[in-house]
Design a protein around this ligand. Structure first.
Ligand SMILES: Cc1cc2nc3c(=O)[nH]c(=O)nc-3n(C[C@H](O)[C@H](O)[C@H](O)COP(=O)(O)O)c2cc1C
Length: 154
């Protein structure tokens, strides 16, 4: 186990990627070490060797997780993740189907918890282009996460 916080994300047009990069910058400014990993190429060992991670995905095609996450989702489903905590970051768009808004991150979160992991806080969910939320919703969510992480390690 190490103190690095890996951020594993699936992103097709770059919205999730930009959001994760921004959150990574905020965490680094607060003194945490982070690493960014694309879900389609990350080794599952990155999750196995961490106690705290961030997982991020967009939603595609009527409530499906971004397919770049499929391999890691499969690994999460067949492994024991007891003792691990994760923060969840979902991007979506209410113009598709409101009930399926950010369903991808819900699928990921449910699988992580079923595998024995726990969530650090309620998921961050972003509707549409994320940039307009960087200094508000994203900043607030990340600050809350930083507080939780500092309390956990105190
Ligand atoms: C074909 C298509 C289907 C989508 N389906 C959904 C959906 O079912 N639910 C949702 O919340 N967002 C949906 N979205 C919105 C994307 O999740 C959103 O645009 C997100 O910001 C994309 O992030 P990414 O480019 O980093 O993958 C869809 C977008 C496209 C283009």
């Amino acid at each position: 186990m190490n103190n690095l916080i890996p951020i594993i994300y699936a992103s097709t047009s770059g919205n999730v990627e930009a959001t994760c990069q921004h959150i990574s910058d905020l965490l680094r400014e607060a003194g945490f070490e982070t690493s960014l990993h694309r879900a389609e190429i990350v080794d599952f060992k990155v999750i196995q060797e961490s106690s705290v991670i961030l997982l991020a995905t967009s939603t595609w095609e009527h409530g499906e997780i971004n397919p770049f996450f499929n391999n890691i989702l499969g690994e999460i489903e067949k492994n024991d993740l007891t003792g691990k905590s994760a923060g969840f970051i979902g991007l979506g768009d209410t113009r598709y189907e409101q009930v399926l808004f950010c369903k991808g991150i819900d699928i990921l979160r449910e699988a992580f918890i079923k595998a024995g992991g726990k969530d650090l806080s309620s998921p961050l969910k972003i509707n549409g282009e994320p940039y307009q939320y960087f200094n508000t919703t994203v900043l607030n969510w990340t600050n809350k996460l930083i507080e939780l992480l500092k309390n956990e390690s105190a």
